[in-house]
Design a protein around this ligand. Structure first.
Ligand code: PMP
Length: 389
């Protein structure tokens, strides 16, 4: 099987498996306990915190471990409108239109609670429109929240510009950096953002663990009350998960710049080969993008059909369109970029990983060419049925 869906999740690094097993077998104490087993667990927590901080580019004490990026995103948005935050109270939030569906669903809930949530539009290249951002971010905004890099297109957002705009109006910037970490050299410390959300399973760690990065000095209300994480996130720490996150982060950090160059070269090869197919479009091609991600469309062929053909040939990729009972919904990201609904059902996402080889990319291209050619042929045959005289 050729796995080209690393943005959904990455294979678990062998080092992470070992670290998790070790944590389960040897550091099973409660990190809050003062006795020996507790202190063993506490030391392991400290090691993992330092490893994750190195990859993220933050201070270890800026990391608050969570159950994943979804929880971190909730902590960021709900924290921004929390009455415990210092005055002056601000009730408005500004999010990009291409955020993760869970964040957009939370935004909807916040609207029901009486908060004002505005959506920042993106251009046809998937980048946030900075002029519109300038107009939308007023002095009544508590938080601006954008993805560091979009999970469907890989397009990177102008965090430094947005941070400057937000800060000039007394607002904070949160970046959902789930896709950025491990696929970019941008460090939290250099991003200008006040908060980042990160997730372990996108970098070779396990699922169900992540972190909210909170800039030093920012007093952020806890989503889950409790004493752990210095009062910033209650609940006994998921030590095996955190240890796995740490080990995976250490591996990713040790090979990062070389991995990025290699993935970019393979992604470029994939795109140049795919662009040889008639009516192929690559989304966000002109914008700064992650080196591993390519979202393509092949005329009006539905992504579902292309993916099915690819999987039959042993290649696993993904569609931007969200699955729901009874079919697919057009990708909200592509709609926000100006695609028509049929076009927004056609986005096929290839996302490469550290382990992707040149041979895998060539095999994927062969499968793609065969699939697209066959689907086009079938469609033509349906559109122009043979006449029988
Ligand atoms: N944000 C982005 C950009 C993502 O790609 C994902 C994972 N699909 C999430 C948030 C959610 O992360 P988690 O699975 O850790 O909750």
């Amino acid at each position: 099987m050729i796995y080209l869906d690393h943005n959904a999740t990455a294979p678990v690094a062998p080092e992470a498996v070992i670290a998790m097993r070790d944590a389960l077998e040897r550091a099973w104490g409660n990190p809050s306990s003062t006795h020996g087993p507790g202190q063993d667990a506490r030391r392991l927590l400290g090691t993992a915190r330092a490893q994750v901080a190195l990859l993220v580019g933050c201070r270890p004490d800026e990391l608050v471990f969570t159950s994943g990026a979804t929880e971190a995103n909730h902590a960021a948005l709900l924290g921004a409108v929390d009455p415990r935050r210092p005055t002056p109270r601000r009730d408005r939030l500004v999010l990009s239109a291409v955020e993760h569906p869970a964040l957009l669903a939370l935004a909807d809930r916040l609207r029901h609670f009486g908060h004002v949530v505005d959506l920042l539009p993106v251009g046809s290249d998937g980048r946030i429109d900075l002029d519109r951002a300038d107009a939308l971010i007023g002095t009544d905004v508590a938080l601006v929240s954008v993805m560091g890099a979009n999970n469907e297109t890989g397009v990177c957002m102008p965090l430094a510009d947005l941070a400057a705009m937000a800060h000039a109006r007394g607002a904070l910037l949160h970046a959902d950096a789930t896709q950025l970490v491990g696929k970019s050299v941008l460090r939290f410390a250099d991003s200008g953002a006040d908060l980042w959300s990160v997730s372990a399973h996108k970098v070779g760690g396990p699922k169900g663990v992540g972190a909210l990065v909170v800039r030093k000095g920012l007093d952020w209300p806890a989503l889950l009350a409790g004493r752990q994480e210095r009062g910033r996130r209650g609940g006994t720490e998921n030590l095996p998960g955190i240890a796995g996150f740490g080990a995976a982060a250490a591996v990713a950090a040790s090979t990062l710049p070389a991995d990025l160059d290699r993935m970019a070269a393979l992604r470029d090869r994939l795109e140049s080969g795919a662009c040889g197919l008639p009516d192929a479009t690559v989304y966000g091609a002109g914008a700064p993008r992650l080196p591993n991600t390519s979202l393509m469309r092949f005329g009006n062929l539905p992504a579902e059909a292309v993916l099915h053909g690819l999987e039959r040939a042993g290649v696993v990729a993904a569609s931007g369109a969200a699955c729901h009972a009874g079919g697919n919904r057009p990708s909200h990201v592509l709609l926000a970029m100006g695609a028509t609904p049929p076009q927004a059902l056609g986005g096929v996402r290839f996302s490469l990983g550290r382990d992707t080889t040149a041979a895998a990319v060539e095999a994927a291209l062969d499968a793609l060419q065969a699939t697209v050619t066959r689907l086009r042929h079938n469609r033509r045959a349906v559109a122009e049925p043979a006449t029988v005289s």
